[in-house]
Each structure stands twice: as C-alpha cells, then as structure tokens.
Ligand binder design. Structure first.
Ligand code: TYM
Length: 333
C-alpha cells in the first residue's frame, strides 16, 4: 500500500491585491509541492477582516485569489482548495486554542507589534492580537506536517508549534506539530522603493510593489524605477539591497544562480539588467493574468471548486475539532 502522503496547509489573506511577494514566496512553491503532498490551500478571508474591509471588495477579491491560485498552476483536482469561512471549525478551534494561549506570547509577535505601533489600545482590534491563534487552528485542524510560507510568517508558525505541543501535553497527543517550509529562493521579496522592507500589499507607495495582476507596462515601469545604488555593479551583496532584491526575483523566476547573473551583467551597469528582470516578471505573470480573466468570467466553475473544497475540508477539520472538544471535556452530542 502507498505510504500516506504528508499534509501541507497554507493560505493567503485577501486583504489587498496579491503581490509578486505572495507569488514567489508562497504560491510558486505550492505548485512545486502539490504532487508530493496532500495539500490544503485556502483563502484566509477570516484573517483579512482583522482590518476593516469594504464588503463588496472582500467578496470580489476572495474569488480573485482563488482564480490566481488556479491560474498559477495549483490544481483543484489534486488539492483541496477552499474559502476559510466556509469551514466553521476554524473559528471554533480558534476559541479552544485561545484558551490555551497566553497574552505574553501573542504580545511578542512582531507583526502585531508593527501593526499596532502607532495606535492607542482602544483602536487596536482584538482580532489583530488573536490572529496567530486562528492561524494555528488553520494548520492544526488538518494535522499539517509542513506549512509553506514566506519568512515573515515563521514566527507565527513557531507559535502554532508551541500551542500544539502545549495542547498535546495537557490533553494527550492530538495534533501533528507542524514545520514551516521556506522555499530556497523568494522567501522574502523586498519593496522596490525601500529594499530593506518586505514587499507588501498594504504599502502606500504602489511603486514599491508589483501586483500579480499589474499590466506588463506597469511592471516594466515599476522595475525601471526600482531603487538601486551608485555602485553600478550587479552583485549579490548586503551593501546593495536593491540590486540584491532584483537578483533574487530574477533567480527565483528563471532558476539562474546568483553567480550566473553576476557573470552575465558584469561591467554593464543596471539598465539591461533591469530590463531583463522586468521581462522575466512579465513572461511569468502574463499567462497567469490571461487565465485569471478566463476563470473570473466563469463564476460557476469557481463555485464548484470552492464548494467541493469546503466539503472535504469540513470533513477533516470537524474530525479534529471533535477530538479537541472531547479531550477538553465538552459534552458530545
Ligand atoms: P499573507 O496573506 O500576508 O501572505 C501570504 C503568503 O505570502 C508570503 N509573503 C511573502 N513572501 C515573500 N516575500 C514577500 N514580500 C511576501 N509577502 C507575503 C507570506 O509569507 C505568506 O506565506 N497569516 C498569513 C495567512 C495565513 C496562513 C494560515 C498561512 C492564515 N492562516 C495558515 C499559512 C498557514 C498571512 O497573513 O499571509
């Protein structure tokens, strides 16, 4: 008999248009992993609402994210693809785990600290504080072995491991303790205007990020304006964060090594290098954009995919939830 495949869980918040960072740090890796693992890829709509969303936009974007997953090559036949809010066990598990989590550990999450930095206590949503517990539930409900994410999510994954281990100790083994899976390249794509900061969909200056659905001419313009330096050499060095970031993007897309890139552009300055980076991105994203358009024009097909995904996800997640409830001492019915 076949050995049981290991389980992978990952998701993206539909809180803004997805960026090249989401694509290279997460989705592109999912495509590579889907044959080897039993994968659950979801739209983290409940995570998106830690910040107020325009309802119609949230609805539209949730479907767009699903279309992007599929267009990028995540196969709905092979993977379970669903919308988080269609699986109520996520919210229920989140409460049970919240009661097994500590204010101290949640308060230490750097993402929470960053996002609440300039705000008064009264205006910081409790959801923003609790969000990593919801994320722990997302992963633990499916007994995930691996969670493919970008570097910025590693701390949340560590927390999920701690919560799982604590629950297992308190109530007997219940959860697989998950590991983060960080891709070899592309784990942290930086802002094009401020290359010491992560590329993010919540950034204010749109020249800092490339969206998966940005038209080719916009991609070319943004790359041509990307901040570099006055050194004038294509070198993979911490002293040249802008160039380093563009090299990372080129390497993650084309598979070229940093040495190969350095050799190719030796003595040439940045103009041709930037043009080639832009073309590599356009070549990678244009076919995805075409497919997204097609998928969004057939909402019925998307609906079938997320409904089938929810059915399977509900079955698995509810099984784990029942175990949790029983162990905690809630009366079964
Ligand atoms: P989110 O929506 O902020 O980002 C989704 C994924 O994209 C990766 N990522 C990046 N990778 C490289 N460079 C970047 N500039 C970049 N920006 C984003 C993120 O690391 C992530 O993998 N809490 C999660 C969503 C989530 C989740 C989960 C993930 C909810 N539940 C369970 C895994 C498992 C989030 O906010 O990611």
């Amino acid at each position: 008999m076949d050995e049981k495949k290991k389980v992978i869980v990952s998701g993206i918040k539909p809180s803004g248009d997805l960026t090249l960072g989401n694509y290279l740090g997460a989705i592109k890796n999912w495509v590579k992993l889907q044959d080897e693992y039993d994968c659950y890829f979801f739209i983290a709509d409940l995570h998106a609402i830690t910040v107020r969303q325009v309802p119609a936009e949230l609805r539209k974007r949730s479907l767009e994210v699903l279309a992007i997953y599929i267009a990028a090559g995540v196969d709905p036949e092979k993977n379970t693809m669903f919308i988080q809010s269609h699986v109520p066990a996520h919210c229920e598990a989140s409460w049970l785990l919240t009661c097994n989590s500590y204010m101290g550990e949640l308060g230490r999450m750097t993402q929470y600290k960053d996002k609440s930095k300039n705000k008064e206590g009264d205006s910081i949503s409790a959801g923003l504080f609790n969000y990593p517990v919801l994320m722990a539930g997302d992963v633990l409900l499916y007994q995930a072995d691996l969670v493919p994410v970008g570097v910025d999510q590693v701390q949340h994954l560590e927390l999920a491991r701690n919560i799982a281990e604590r629950f297992n100790r308190a109530y007997s083994p219940t959860f697989t303790v998950p590991n983060a899976y960080i891709g070899k390249a592309g784990a942290k794509i930086m802002d094009l205007q401020n290359p010491t900061k992560k590329m993010s969909k919540s950034e204010e200056n749109p020249n800092g990020y490339i969206l998966i659905l940005d038209p080719p001419e916009v991609i070319r313009r943004k790359v041509s304006r990307a901040v570099t330096d006055s050194i004038g050499e294509v070198r993979f060095s911490d002293d040249q964060p802008g160039v380093k970031n563009l090299m990372t993007i080129l390497s993650t897309i084309t598979g070229m090594t940093m040495e190969e890139i350095e050799a190719k552009y030796e003595g040439q300055g940045y103009a041709q290098f930037k043009k080639d980076v832009a073309e590599a991105i356009v070549e990678e994203l244009e076919p995805i954009q075409e497919k997204v358009k097609g998928l969004l024009s057939d909402k019925k097909q998307l609906e079938e995919i997320y409904k089938a995904g929810a059915e399977k996800a509900n079955y698995i997640a509810t099984k784990t939830l029942r175990k949790m409830q029983k162990k905690i001492g809630l009366v079964q019915y």
